[in-house]
Design a protein around this ligand. Structure first.
Ligand code: NAD
Length: 420
């Protein structure tokens, strides 16, 4: 364990590897490196204390360095105990940024790290799953009441912030970065879809063509996963609780059914509901023998791994990132990445180009909060900013769009005649 500049990280000697990875992320992040940097030039973040609590890998680290370059006092922790990259944490510390995070720390140490971040008294939080916000609300109420703004990455975190606001426990303005078009339309769908399937295939070294894949939840994430399953020749079996989403999955050409229909058939089962225990104790016995389970939702608890362990007669790690639980009747269930988000804890996370969009939203969101441009409550970022981000991304790809002309507008004037 290394302790440099009040940080708690695994090993500072890993920094050179981390610098290379962060530089690779920078090369493919034109929005964070250009659009965001320009916004921050006005000094709104200079000297302000910003906590970044997002999965600690190269793209997150690059965002942290851009905020620090703009003069912010940045502190960083990972938003999940399984997803931190130790070389990235080391590189940030080497750059003078305080970090509290180690890979596979266990929940207790992770919570302690979050509280160490809380104790630096952040004014702004760039959060994921509202993991720091919720802990400050419950365990550091005095510092919590001093917060000036929160910007939140995920569907699950936004629900938590809305719940805090309903209970009159949100002390400052909050931005639902997840709800910006430039975030969920691309990150939740394309980014999570691709990286989840990529991680599953890399961890298992298996083929998707011909596989039956149960997908729990057909929200933005479920849709993206199903599309990538299909693209590689697999068949998606969707399980939903919302009839409209179930119908959408059906119309998209996927198989749709309940757990009783899907679980005995599926070779892989992927959870993407945003809730807890989507796969619970009653479900494991009815699954296909040797089924492989993976989670793409925020909670490590979407697959109730504790209940599975409790039911199991034997356990072994069969390959890095793959745990096998032996059940009665010569039946076994395999779990990837311990049930944590498979694309991040068991893979390289989202593609860089996707996080460039998501972090442009988060970074600009933090800037808007620092400018005092956001009212109390939970809000979506101004749609005009969303459009600017999309325009900047298109411009990077050399694409410009048409401008609508006044004669192209639909109007009811002609139909109503001179009387109006
Ligand atoms: N892995 C990643 O990198 C990543 C990226 C983005 C979002 N997320 C997380 O993924 C989760 C889903 O996000 P989203 O944007 O798709 O949310 P969403 O709200 O759009 O979709 C969730 C869907 O799950 C359905 N659902 C809820 N409980 C269910 C159950 N028990 N069985 C079947 N279906 C159920 C809901 O009806 C809904 O359609 C969230 O936790 C979010 O934070 C993860």
């Amino acid at each position: 364990m290394s302790q440099v500049n009040n940080s708690r990280i695994s090993n500072i000697d890993l920094a050179p590897q981390g610098h290379l990875a962060i530089d690779w992320a920078r090369r493919h992040s034109p929005l964070v490196d250009g659009f965001l940097r320009e916004r921050l030039n006005d000094g709104a973040l200079a000297g302000r204390r910003v906590a970044v609590v997002v999965h600690l890998e190269a793209k997150t680290a690059f965002l942290a360095t851009v905020l620090a370059d703009a003069g912010a006092e940045v502190v960083v922790a990972g938003s999940n105990p399984h997803s931190t990259r130790d070389e990235i944490a080391a590189a940030l510390v080497d750059r003078g940024i305080q970090v509290h995070s180690t890979r596979g720390s266990g929940y207790e140490a992770w919570e302690k790290d979050l509280l160490s971040i809380a104790d630096t008294g952040p004014e702004f939080i760039i959060d994921d799953g509202a993991e720091l916000t919720i802990r400050m609300a419950s365990q550091r109420p005095d510092l919590f009441s001093e917060l000036r703004g929160i910007t939140e990455q995920t569907t699950t975190g936004v629900s938590r912030l809305v719940e805090l606001a309903k209970r009159d426990r949100l002390p400052c303005p909050a931005l639902a970065a997840n709800d910006a078009a430039c975030k969920h339309l691309f990150d939740n769908k394309y980014g999570t879809g691709q990286s989840t399937i990529q991680a599953i295939l890399n961890l298992t070294n298996m083929l998707m063509a011909g596989k039956k894949v149960g997908i729990l939840g057909y929200g933005w994430v479920g849709r993206g996963i199903a599309a990538h399953v299909r693209a590689l020749g697999g068949t998606a079996f969707i399980v939903e609780v919302d009839p409209v989403k179930g119908l959408e999955a059906f119309m998209d050409g996927h198989q749709v059914g309940d757990l009783d229909m899907v679980l005995p058939e599926a070779d892989f089962v992927i959870t993407a509901t945003g809730g807890r225990r989507a796969l619970s104790r009653k479900d494991f016995g009815g699954m296909k023998r040797g089924v492989i389970l993976a989670n793409a939702g925020h909670h490590d608890l979407e697959i109730d791994v504790e209940a599975l362990a409790d039911e199991a007669t034997d356990f072994r790690v069969v390959r890095e990132g793959i745990d096998e639980y032996q059940l009665a009747g010569d039946h076994s269930v395999l779990v990837l990445a311990s049930g944590a988000l498979v694309n991040i804890a068991g893979g390289l996370g989202h593609p860089i180009e996707i996080m460039d969009l998501s972090f442009a939203v988060q970074g600009v969101g933090c800037h808007e909060l620092a400018r005092g441009a956001v009212a109390e409550g939970v809000h979506v970022i101004d749609p005009a900013i969303d459009s600017e981000i999309a325009k900047a991304k298109l411009a990077f790809h050399g694409i410009s769009l048409e401008q609508k002309q006044s004669h192209q507008e639909d109007t009811i004037d002609d139909l109503l005649g001179p009387e109006g």
